[in-house]
Design a protein around this ligand. Sequence first.
Ligand code: DLL
Length: 435
Amino acid sequence: MAMWQPEIETMSREELTKLQSERLVWQVKRVYERVECFRKRMDEKGLKPEDIHGIEDLHKLPFSYKQDLRDYYPYGLFAEPLKNIARVHASSGTTGKKIVVGYTKKDLDDWANCMARQFYAVGADSESIIQVAYGYGLFTGGLGAHGGAEKINATVVPISAGNTQNQLQTMVDFESTVLCCTPSYALYLGESVQEAGLKDKLKLKAGVFGAEPWTEEMRNSIEEKLGIKAYDVYGLSEIMGPGVSYECECQSGMHVCEDMFIPEIIDPDTLEVLPWGSTGELVFTTITKEGFPIIRYRTRDICSLNPEPCKCGRTHIRMNKPHGRSDDMLIIRGVNVFPSQIEEVLLKVNDGTITPNYQIVVDRVNNNDTFDVNVEMSEEMFADDVKSIEKVEKFITDELRSLLGIGAKVHLVNPKSITRSEGKAKRVIDKRKLF
Ligand code: DLL
């Protein structure tokens, strides 16, 4: 299949290393001068920008974390004044506070190129009709895919997420050829297509699915139900959004846009950098980002990097599907959820009706994530009437919806009914088979 930027996508390792080194030196100098957090951290290590000569020195640099985005909320990590920031996006942090990222016009253009590479790699071009069913808004999915689709001069259908009947009607009537959404939603759409007997009416050829972990079985099932090829796309707001890495026609790992992001794999416990091929935590350094550059960002995603040449001819390293996280973040219906966010909501119920003991139960039923929150009520509440229980459940449900943007089923359960192992409650039960 055609490549969007073949001169970059097939660069030799030698050329890539040279380019990465130059860009890293530029970036480190820039963030040292402009971003207090990085400067302080480098100073603590006794490092000056002059100590970084190329990617061989990358390991010397300090790590950065999601917590940094909270500490410097909202704009404290930006390396450009706000007048140069063309757009912001945001996603959940470990507590209610969102994490905010910013892009200059050039960053948006680079991002569009990442997604344009993805679209070309799955056979899309200016003839394509791309239905973007990722959510539009602060989430990077919708506008990220949109930018890439516009870049390749395709026809964009910016339908955003949800409203399945409308999605299907649009897909048929507008003759969409490429679908972008979360894999779980793609599967759900596939089921609905099957039920409605619409498969023959679809013009879909490919799907670009990401934002959450998914299995090969899911891929097979989506491909079969929608009659398409299903491709994986990875990204995170802190680094860019969708398109940090993307699958090509070989469907065997996602090429990292290495001219913009340097990936490393570390041991999350010892912090040692591991050789390519080992499984560990993925760390990224952005080397072209102007608005929100980040050095050695610990993604918490667990995966491995594969430097083997790919049959498609692209030289950029491939990352295998992330299969887990080194923190407790859950992805429910594509939304990042931290148990600490549930705790935060429960703390708001400070009238003695509930205890802080809770359990999150996540499952997948009919390809849709279910999200239940069980909360132990207090002994006093236990004797109380059903009306008050319903009132508290409704309060927690509403608060969770406004914080996370998704609905949860909240159940007040009897005191001491949530099992504790060695005195410690198990906060999350994830019954989904994600990997
Ligand atoms: O999910 C960006 C995105 C949008 C990627 C659309 C792909 C498609 P965040 O909301 O910041 O950004 O969440 C980032 O989602 O650290 C991973 O844990 C997870 N994730 C993203 N893509 C994949 C994938 C977007 N293909 C977090 N496979 C990341 C597994 C993924 N996990």
